[in-house]
Design a protein around this ligand. Structure first.
Ligand code: PMP
Length: 289
């Protein structure tokens, strides 16, 4: 069965799902997106993803030509058309086709695209043994230049760091912010466990406000595990007992080596494993819809 892609209110075979070469999403990365997952036919934290998409759009003066209710319907319609109950959903809203100049006012037709596909998961071994990551020399975008809280179509900052990671044989790389503090990885947020308490960089450290991050913080609080959203340095990472990453695709994934140094015991730790178990339960049950 050919994948059906939603584009501006229509479902079309993926070969026919195309945008103009004059679309500023293509020419300039002028647009926003979301990555979500559905579990047993229900999108995990759909409302949080829609809120983030709408906030990203607002931050770049882009009006999404659909209501959140219409977007919700379109998402489920796309999942059903492709008979996907456990999958990955990409929402994209571009500025639309314009002229070759930067002026977004010359773009009149923002494109709304929804792609629902089967998800490519990390191999089980990564979860059992934990990831090795490095610190990239590419820092996260300076928030005063382009806020990392905007999930924009311009991911070059993260791609450059990802390349550094891949060249070092790692699937993820840690990015520092302009102050030299720990920010996040190229597509995941980062957590540390120290003396039995949880630490993660605050939103103003220049990170994307991860939906998985928020869910994990709630789970930790439900375990009476203190959570500190405070600035962290590489020193904190190196001396941590445990380290893990969170993201829609990866969920909760342990990190056991950073820049060649073993973190804690060098094996996935008990807090990480417990949070992973609880997260798996949460996505299956989805008590909050
Ligand atoms: N940081 C960045 C830069 C990301 O691209 C992502 C993935 N969207 C995350 C963190 C994790 O966010 P979420 O849990 O919402 O997927």
């Amino acid at each position: 069965m050919t994948l059906q892609v939603y584009i501006n209110g229509r479902l079309v075979p993926k070969e026919q799902a195309a945008v103009s070469v004059f679309d500023h999403g293509f020419l300039y990365g002028d647009g926003v997106f979301e990555g979500m997952r559905s579990y047993s036919g229900r999108v995990f934290r759909l409302q949080a993803h829609l809120d983030r998409l709408w906030e990203s759009a607002r931050a770049i003066w882009l009006e999404i030509p659909l209501s959140q209710e219409e977007m919700t319907q379109a998402v489920y319609q796309t999942l059903q058309a492709n008979d996907i109950s456990d999958g990955y959903i990409r929402l994209v809203v571009t500025r639309g086709a314009g002229t070759l100049g930067l002026d977004p006012n010359k773009c009149s037709d923002p494109q709304v695209i929804i792609i629902a596909d089967h998800i490519e998961l990390y191999p089980a071994e990564f979860y059992e043994k934990g990831l090795h990551i490095i610190t990239a020399s590419t820092i996260r975008n300076h928030p005063a230049a382009l806020s990392p809280r905007i999930k924009s179509l311009n991911y070059l900052n993260n791609i450059l760091a990802k390349i550094e990671g891949l060249q070092a044989g790692c699937v993820e790389a840690l990015m520092l912010n302009h102050k030299g503090e720990v920010a996040e990885c190229t597509g995941d947020n980062i957590f540390l466990v120290r003396r039995g308490e949880l630490y993660t960089p605050p939103n103003d450290a220049g990170i994307l406000e991860g939906v998985t991050r928020a869910a994990v913080i709630e789970l930790a609080r439900g375990m009476n595990l203190p959570v500190h959203e405070v600035p962290l340095t590489r020193h904190d990472v190196y001396v941590a007992q445990e380290c893990f990453l969170t993201g829609t695709a990866a969920e909760v994934i342990p990190v056991v080596r950073v820049d060649g140094r073993a973190i804690g015991s060098g094996k996935p730790g008990p807090v990480t494993q417990e949070l992973r178990r609880r997260f798996e339960r949460l996505v299956r049950e989805q008590p909050d819809g």
